[in-house]
Design a protein around this ligand. Structure first.
Ligand code: ZN
Length: 413
């Protein structure tokens, strides 16, 4: 791992050197930020371009010159908003940090080493209700940490289980903080806060704070943000297009390795998704899946999304009308609690191979995606809110998290 890190740092250094010696030209930017008006979701998703956010039907995307040309050839109106590297430079003017750390001013965010230290500390301070292990390793060999929080934590009790996953997408660092906040809240407040105590006593809470540690570390290597989304296997796989339910079925991912929504060579070709899926599969005890509720945290757009993503049908296959209604009503209740906008995942744009579709399609787990703060932003900037936002934006989801924990104990429709 140490060797890998040195290599990454060296590569980032070379990139910076290269950027410094090539003068800016009139060429379109290598990665440009564009806005596209309503009605284009399907064609944009099909093209495999990187959708940063959606607001009132307007998409903000990152596209290469070739992608821009092909979308314009289809008649879409792409309005340039900025150049990715310029936007990132403006986000961090002269705020270099030590290699491997967040840019100066954003030290409130946790690097992988800091996440690891926080989790070890929680397990040490609250060993009665906290156990730290891992579901496996990332492509570059980092442990994919798993925290279990419950009374009698060493035993597998007959209690409803709930899973929280964060940071499938590398640059969505605020989500890692969300999972850390969940860990801290349900450990520090156990025995003090009656709501927390009741859930810890009656549920088994699992948290995976970073599903994509390689990508997250790469995103901050070199002391400035890279705007990186995928994992670090080859040119990178979009982990949230690599899950095995209707993988690659429906034009909601890309088969091109360079694309930001590259689905990988096969379902679960990424070691990160495979490890998390194997863990979830392992929670089938006596023929019954123990995990009944799940939230996967992303940023940004302030949305609560429910399955399916691969079809615009409100009631997809493997789902009764009552079950579809339950996904919707729990999603709407959580959105009322945190002020996000609720909708079925495919109302945004069609995705295939995403985590919610697999959680429901394979295991009938009540599974949601939260797209966190901000509601919108000027392109890539939305991924990098100042660290002052960590506390308010993670606490903002406490009530919604509690709703999911409550629902996880309800009888299944
Ligand atoms: Zn994401």
């Amino acid at each position: 791992m140490r060797t890998t890190r040195r290599t990454l740092t060296a590569a980032a250094g070379l990139l910076l050197l290269f950027a410094a010696t090539v003068p800016a030209s009139a060429q379109p930017p290598e990665r440009g930020v564009y806005e596209i008006s309503a009605g284009a979701q399907e064609r944009v998703a099909r093209a495999g371009v990187d959708v940063l956010g959606v607001r009132d039907g307007t998409l903000t995307v990152v596209a290469s010159p070739a992608e821009v040309a092909s979308l314009r050839a289809e008649g879409l109106d792409l309005r340039p908003v900025g150049d990715v590297d310029r936007v990132l430079a403006e986000r961090n003017p002269d705020r270099r940090a030590a290699p491997g750390d967040f840019p100066a001013g954003d030290e409130g965010y946790h690097t992988y080493a800091e996440v690891t230290a926080e989790l070890r500390q929680a397990a040490q301070d609250h060993g009665d209700v906290t156990a730290l292990s891992s579901v496996g390793e990332s492509f570059e060999g980092r442990a994919l940490h798993l925290v279990k929080i419950s009374d009698h934590v060493e035993r597998d009790e007959a209690e409803p289980e709930v899973l929280f996953t964060c940071n499938q997408h590398a640059r969505e660092h605020l989500t890692t903080e969300m999972c850390l906040h969940i860990v801290q809240r349900f450990t520090d407040s156990y025995g003090h806060d009656p709501v927390v105590t009741q859930f810890v006593d009656s549920r088994e809470i699992y948290v995976i704070p970073t599903v994509n540690p390689d990508g997250a570390e790469y995103d901050i290597a070199g002391g400035r943000y890279q705007g990186w989304r995928k994992n670090r296997q080859g040119e990178g796989t979009d982990l949230n297009r690599n899950w095995g339910h209707r993988w690659g079925c429906c034009g909601g991912s890309s088969g091109h390795e360079g694309s930001e929504t590259y689905r990988g060579t096969a379902a679960f070709s990424a070691p990160e998704t495979k490890a998390v899926a194997d863990f979830v599969d392992s929670r089938v005890v006596g023929g019954t899946q123990q995990i009944t509720g799940h939230i996967d945290f992303h940023s940004y757009s302030e949305l609560v999304l429910w399955p399916y993503g691969h079809t615009t049908d409100d009631v997809g296959e493997g789902m009764t009308p009552d079950q579809a209604q339950r996904l919707r009503s729990v999603g709407e209740e959580m959105a009322a609690a945190n002020g996000y906008t609720p909708q079925q995942s495919s109302d945004l744009y069609v995705t295939d191979g995403d985590i919610n579709d697999w959680m429901w399609g394979r295991h009938r787990i009540l599974s949601f995606t939260f797209e966190m703060y901000p509601a919108d932003g000027p392109g890539l900037d939305g991924f990098y809110p100042p660290d002052e936002q960590i506390r308010p934006q993670t606490e903002r989801n406490d009530a919604a998290v509690d709703i999911l924990l409550r629902e996880a104990g309800a009888d299944r429709a």
